[in-house]
Design a protein around this ligand. Structure first.
Ligand code: UD1
Length: 359
């Protein structure tokens, strides 16, 4: 079976590391990797391929920047060409980015079955480009691999039981990655040491969502909360290029420790050693849980509701007061590891074994 995998943005490299490694173990699967080029800086892309030993992409479309329509349209055209060239038996996409939607649309129009890893997640916020991408991708996929029971339920509520496709609960490939690379990270990560950080002495922060960075009121609230916290505690903030641009153009000054985006190994060590996580990232909310850290989420909703239900994550919007209150509450709270919410690290194996049977 020939599978064409489309990746393009940072979180997809982490997920592809897991699934591609499992596919390589099977003689029956030949994988071609196509990088859309959406993320292109070395520390947003190349470092993940190197550290996580992901096979070098067969193709790179080098498409990035521009508005959503332009980016997605150009990617669709490029992916379509490669589908016609390779004639894959299926096309595999991850998550909810513009690269995901472009791959799924190009394949579906050519009647190539679409496999969606991380299907069924919903924020119920249609103003997020990611929500639009994931709903449309799910609808045109033949095989939907869900990371959580809630994701399966979301699809059932949307009537997927009536459609001609397969919805499979496999767990979250990001948990596989966290478990598989933890030992490498411990010996190879650098940033934690070069910054001379001490375990439990710092907060780990990321912020890159368009809903926060493109809205001065929201970003102002976030900065206010972080600056207040920085008076009491070191804040380590690996800055996404979009957010970096904002700091530069608005000449924003802060006492946060702003560092360049870090690779996966460095992120793992920072996660293992921080006091807690403050973020608007989807992936980091779960990684905090994998490394037994509480998380304050600077969004109005989350796709990972089981973490909120379990008391591990608090949704604070872009509201300085709520962020500070959540911090106070978590400061005295003990992290109590709970149920296995994400499949226990076998999602990659389950996905590939399903695909082998589906052949
Ligand atoms: C994308 C995804 C989002 C995911 C995130 C992970 C969509 C709609 N959004 O958002 O779901 O959580 O990736 O990071 O697909 N840039 C650089 N260097 C890079 C990458 C980006 O300078 O290596 C710049 C881009 O040119 C652009 C900005 O950063 O100006 C934002 O990048 P973009 O790919 O549009 O979306 P993300 O915010 O990264």
């Amino acid at each position: 079976m020939k599978i064409l995998t489309v990746v393009g943005a940072r979180p997809q490299f982490v997920k592809a590391a897991v699934v591609s490694r499992n596919m390589a173990l099977q003689d029956g699967i030949q994988e071609f990797i196509l990088h859309s080029g959406q993320h292109y800086d070395d520390n947003m892309s190349a470092i993940f391929f190197e550290e996580m030993r992901i096979p070098t992409p067969h193709f790179n479309l080098n498409i990035n920047g521009g508005h959503h329509g332009e980016m997605t349209g150009k990617m669709m055209a490029g992916i379509e060409q490669k589908i016609l060239e390779i004639k894959p038996d299926a096309l595999l996409v991850y998550g909810d980015t513009n690269s995901t939607l472009a791959g799924a649309l190009a394949a579906a129009k050519l009647h190539v079955p679409v496999i969606h890893v991380e299907a069924g997640l919903r924020s119920f916020n249609m103003r997020m480009p990611e929500e639009i991408n994931r709903i449309l991708t799910d609808r045109i996929s033949q095989i939907l691999f869900c990371p959580t029971t809630r994701a399966v339920e979301n699809l059932q509520r949307e009537g997927f039981d009536l459609l001609d496709n397969r919805v499979e609960l496999v767990g979250d490939v990001m948990q596989d990655a966290a478990l598989f690379y933890a030992a490498d990270a411990a010996s190879m990560a650098k940033v934690f040491h070069t910054l001379e950080l001490e375990t439990g002495s710092f907060l780990l922060v990321t912020c890159h969502r368009a809903e926060n960075t493109n809205d001065p009121e929201r970003f102002g609230q976030i900065l206010q909360a972080l600056n207040e916290l920085a008076e009491r505690q070191t804040i380590i903030f690996p800055v996404h290029p979009r957010t970096r641009q904002l700091f530069k153009t608005q000449s924003i000054h802060s006492n946060l420790k702003l560092i360049d985006p870090v690779g996966y190994f460095d992120m793992i060590l920072l996660l293992k050693n921080c006091q807690l996580v403050i973020t608007d990232s989807g992936g980091l909310q779960k990684e905090a849980y994998f490394f037994q850290k509480h998380c304050i989420t600077m969004r109005d909703e989350t796709e990972w509701v089981e973490l909120v239900d379990g008391g591990y994550n608090v949704i604070c919007g872009a509201d300085a007061r709520r962020i500070l209150t959540a911090f106070e509450q978590f400061q005295t709270a003990q992290f109590k590891p709970g149920a296995d919410l994400y499949g226990g690290g076998q999602a990659g194996e389950r996905i590939v074994s399903f695909l082998m049977d589906w052949l």
